[in-house]
Design a protein around this ligand. Sequence first.
Ligand code: SAM
Length: 277
Amino acid sequence: MSAPKLPPLREVIAKHGLSASKALGQNFLFDEQLLDRIAAVPGSLEGEQVYEVGPGPGGLTRALLRAGANVTAVERDRRCLPALAELAEAYPDQLRVIEGDAMKIDPASEIGAPFHIASNLPYNVGTALAVGWLGGESWPPQWKSLTLMFQREVADRIVAKPGTDAYGRLAILAQWRCDARIAMPVHRSAFTPPPKVMSAVVHLTPKAQPEGVRMATLEALTAAAFGQRRKMLRQSLKGLPNALEALEKVAIAADRRPETLDLPEWINLAGTLDTLR
Ligand code: SAM
């Protein structure tokens, strides 16, 4: 089926008076080729369910619909709803728009089947949303993949390796549960208005069998350690019950700093800490 003819996005913005709101993290994408490349990151979306946060005037939404996805989109800015209603009309039965705050919505309860998540995230809530999707004790999740645009600095923190400045809680959480990669860098000039910083699309797919460690324990450990990342573990972990004993048990030297521990070491430490409780 050929894609329906739609007015250019810039016309849609002008028609509906969608001046970008900084408070809502609005930086819009208009380049159709770039949007199609982002929509291609999760693989074929033909007949797949996709959850999109912040469709705005609908640039990425159009690309997802062109790719054959059934999209459920959550938008907080009600000024965007008429433009999105026009898009829903052009793609009958393929687009459902929910007016609301994505921070308060559980996509699994909105979409009754496994789904992908794709979003050019509002920067002010992007990290919190991603941590919410990655966190929680229950695993695997109901989503099949995350394709998310972040500020480059956040993207780097998600894929960071030990021994780097970017390595910390976010890298450990993301890489414990997912295979994570930067799918493409995106230049700031691709956005209207251009943000101050560069961006990147990150692709995350859940790992089938994350190691048997409690999420809350790993969180508590990495929060204590990276909360004082310049300090040695002996210092930063001393307030966490049994943590120094766990360090000794797994033979991790107490004078190491948190960024030197790789993922298997964190997993081992958290698992051992659980056995001591
Ligand atoms: N998807 C569009 C694009 O790529 O051009 C717009 C992306 S813009 C970076 C982020 C969008 O998220 C805006 O439309 C904004 O109104 C919306 N937004 C901001 N906070 C939100 C929230 N808490 N829940 C849902 N949408 C939100």
